[in-house]
Ligand binder design. Structure first.
Ligand SMILES: NC(=O)c1ccc[n+]([C@@H]2O[C@H](COP(=O)([O-])OP(=O)(O)OC[C@H]3O[C@@H](n4cnc5c(N)ncnc54)[C@H](OP(=O)(O)O)[C@@H]3O)[C@@H](O)[C@H]2O)c1
Length: 247
């Protein structure tokens, strides 16, 4: 099968490219490094010739509502329009468990994306996942006040990006199902402890204070609204195992 991966160079996108190729599929990355700007749509149509499924794991990391909505709306609109013209059979979008509990900031973009996909005339699947184990690394790198790293308070049930990728490829080669059963990690973790453990594993010895993010996103993170329901598919690798695998 020919599978195009919007965001194929990202944290989960790289794994999707590898898993798809390991399983004998042709995988085409749709990213700026490949000459495609998904926000403007430039360069996109010629890469969709003969593509069966598109997996969208593109991303813009932002806490700003306007920026997030503008990015995910433009990318989803451009992808779906190009897919319709090219006769793509299946659009698969990756979203986030509990996104509707925090309908502003970054999550506003994810909800806008889901709405466009649901209204699309290209057959679709929306797969929601909890945070990746790799989210701890992203927080360590990005959540800072000057030189001090910060650890946002959040209840999460993280999953390895590699396992998300395995699941996304299986979804992309199967028939479209609309809203799929959520995907989550094996057990609940504290994001504060994840960030601190990641920092220690990287040799960081400084103090990492816990902080509460403002707004509905911060409240949803702390309340457990981003945790999966009991019927979610579970990954196997724990955060501790993932961290050990980095050594
Ligand atoms: N991180 C998590 O814990 C988590 C949990 C659940 C769901 N998700 C969802 O998973 C998806 C992927 O997240 P991620 O953390 O793996 O993403 P990421 O590492 O930030 O990667 C973003 C990807 O998007 C591409 N991209 C960005 N702007 C682009 C543009 N204008 N044109 C073309 N490509 C563009 C980047 O490629 P270039 O820079 O090369 O263009 C890169 O491949 C997101 O939709 C996110 O909401 C993430």
């Amino acid at each position: 099968m020919r599978i195009a991966v919007a965001g194929g160079t990202g944290v989960v996108g790289r794994h999707i490219m590898n898993v798809a190729r390991d399983r004998g599929h042709e995988a085409i990355p749709l990213t700026r490094s490949n000459g495609i700007d998904l926000v403007t749509g430039s360069g996109l149509p010629e890469w969709l010739d003969g593509v069966d499924s598109v997996i969208d794991v593109s991303n813009r990391s932002t806490l700003k509502t306007d920026e997030s909505v503008a990015f995910f709306t433009a990318v989803t609109h451009n992808l779906l329009a190009a897919e319709r013209k090219a006769g793509v059979h299946h659009h698969v979008a990756l979203s986030i468990v509990g996104a509707d509990a925090a309908p502003d900031g970054y999550y506003a973009g994810k909800l806008a994306q889901e709405g466009l996909v649901e209204a699309a005339d290209v057959p679709w699947t929306i797969q929601r996942s909890t945070q990746f184990h790799e989210f701890a690394a992203m927080m360590f790198d990005q959540a800072k006040a000057g030189p001090v790293h910060l650890a946002p308070r959040a209840r999460t049930q993280p999953i390895a990006a590699r396992e998300v990728a395995e699941h996304m490829v299986a979804v992309a080669v199967a028939a479209p199902t609309g809203r799929a059963v959520d995907l989550a990690g094996p057990q609940e973790e504290s994001l504060v402890e994840m960030v601190r453990a990641y920092a220690r594993a990287k040799g960081h010895r400084g103090w990492i204070p816990a902080v509460s993010l403002p707004g509905s996103m911060g409240r949803a993170q702390r309340s457990g609204a981003l945790l999966p329901h009991s019927d979610a598919h579970r990954g196997r690798q724990t955060f501790t195992e993932w961290l050990a695998s980095l050594a």
